[in-house]
Design a protein around this ligand. Structure first.
Ligand code: ATP
Length: 208
């Protein structure tokens, strides 16, 4: 369980999030709200990619604190944008990410191959990332998040740049996870037949 207690974020004099309290249980929670309200900011906080200016985040009762290493070992994070190393293959990128997650070499190769296949990148696994399209990069960024069977998945617009059929395959993968899943999506209407929670972020006056 991921718990946010009175969490706020501010950049300079601009307050983006203020007093957010919420408990995320296993299953999917879709973060909704107008453009610029702070959805990506909230996901970044929940992925410990930045620290809140106020409030506390805790994972299974323990505050994330300054060095959330234990939390990060169980985290899969697919940010909106990844600066990929261009001159390695998609498979090598996955193996590198698996090594960072301390997944053993044998298991890493099996998981990486299975995830790339699952996301339709199997035939391109040995191709250099510089040859990948926007949609292929999105799927690679997503694939690495699922390595190691994470306890918490933070997915920022996982289906951006994907065609509807591929987006549906991605949703299948996301909704079969047992993890705590937080995501944003511009395709909320295509989730109509699936079971999920929502957390609505309101636009604060100071970011209008
Ligand atoms: N590092 C930063 N420095 C300064 N301002 C920032 C920073 N990150 C985000 N912001 C500002 O915080 C506000 C919220 O941004 P955020 O990307 O979280 O919104 P969002 O709800 O995800 O928007 P969208 O739906 O358009 O992606 C915006 O006004 C943005 O300009």
């Amino acid at each position: 369980m991921l718990e946010l207690i009175n969490v706020g974020q501010r950049y300079g004099r601009k307050t983006v999030l203020d007093g957010i309290s919420h408990s995320f249980a296993p299953g999917v929670t879709v973060i909704t709200g107008p453009s610029g309200a702070g959805k990506t900011t909230l996901l970044r906080l929940c992925a410990s990619a930045e620290r809140p200016k106020s409030g506390t985040l805790s994972w299974n009762g323990k505050p994330l604190g300054r060095s959330p290493r234990a939390f990060r070992t169980g985290l899969g994070y697919a940010p909106q944008r990844i600066d990929f190393p261009e001159d390695i293959s998609g498979l090598d990128f996955m193996l590198h990410m698996a090594a960072l997650k301390m997944i053993g070499t044998g298991a890493a190769r099996i998981q990486a191959t299975a995830l790339l296949d699952r996301l339709g990148l199997g035939r391109d696994a040995s191709g250099l990332i510089r040859t990948y399209s926007g949609g292929m990069r999105r799927r690679l960024g997503l694939a690495q998040a699922f390595l190691g069977d994470p306890d918490i998945l933070v997915l920022d617009e996982p289906t951006a740049e994907l065609d509807p059929v591929t987006a549906e395959h991605v949703h299948d993968l996301i909704f079969e996870q047992r993890a705590v899943v937080l995501m944003t999506t511009h395709l909320a209407e295509s989730l109509a037949n699936r079971k999920y929670q929502t957390l609505k972020i309101s636009m604060l006056d100071s970011v209008k």
